[in-house]
Ligand binder design. Sequence first.
Ligand SMILES: C[S@@+](CC[C@H](N)C(=O)[O-])C[C@H]1O[C@@H](n2cnc3c(N)ncnc32)[C@H](O)[C@@H]1O
Length: 233
Amino acid sequence: MKIDILTIFPNVALAPLSESIVGRAVAAGKVELSVHDLRDWTVDKHRKVDDEPYGGGPGMVMKPDPFFAAVRELRGDGQARVVLMTPQGRRFDQNIARDYARDFAAPGAHLIILCGHYEGVDHRVVEGLVDDEISIGDYVLTNGALAAAVFVDALVRLIPGVLGDERSADEESFAVGVPLLEAPCYTRPPDFEGRVVPEVLLSGHHGKIGEWRREMALLRTKTNRPDMLGDEA
Ligand SMILES: C[S@@+](CC[C@H](N)C(=O)[O-])C[C@H]1O[C@@H](n2cnc3c(N)ncnc32)[C@H](O)[C@@H]1O
C-alpha cells in the first residue's frame, strides 16, 4: 500500500503517523507513507496556495493548480484513488476504514489524500481530481492534515499483519457482525483505591467471561450509543 498526503502542514499529518502501530508499520515497509508540502507544486516566488473567493465572502480558497500538478506527478502513469478530506464528505466510520483496508492492502495500491485549509478548496479540484470525499465527523477543523492522519491511522491498523494480534480488530468496538461497543477492560491491580475488578474476569472461566463481556457490551451500547441498536430514544 502506498499513501501520499498533500497538505500545507506536513508535520501535523506526519507526527501522529510516526508513532506507535502505524509508525512501526511504515518503518517495517508494510505501508509506504509520504507526506508532501503542497507548496512544492507552486510556481510563483511566494509559493502561494490560496486566493480570494469569486463572488466575495470571508476567507481564502485553495487554488486548483498546485493540487492538479501534485496529483499528476504523484500518480505518474499508474492508478491512484484520490480522497479529499472535507467536512462535506461522507462521514467516516469503521465500515469505510475496512473497505479501504481491503481495497488498498496490496503492495501496488495507491492512495492520494488531499487536505484543505482556509475556506476549503476550489471546487474544480473536487470535480476534476477527487474520487471520494471523507469527513471525520460533524465539526469543522482548521485544516485537513489531522483528518488525514485519523483516516490513515484507522485504515492502516486494519491491514493484515499490522496489528500484533489480529483478534484485536475482530473483537473491538464496531467489529464485523458485532455492532456493539466493546465491554470495559481492566488490568492489574485487582483493587485500585477500593475499585475492584469484576470477580468474573479473575475466575478463569472463559464461558462466563464471554457472557459477561457480551452483557456489558450491550449495556454500554444502550447507554452511550443507542443509535447503534436502532433505538434513538
Ligand atoms: C475550515 S475547513 C473548511 C470548511 C468549509 N468552509 C465548510 O464550511 O465546509 C478547512 C479544511 O479543513 C479540513 N476539515 C475540516 N473539518 C473537517 C472534517 N470534519 N473532516 C475532514 N476534513 C475536515 C478540510 O480539508 C477543509 O478543507
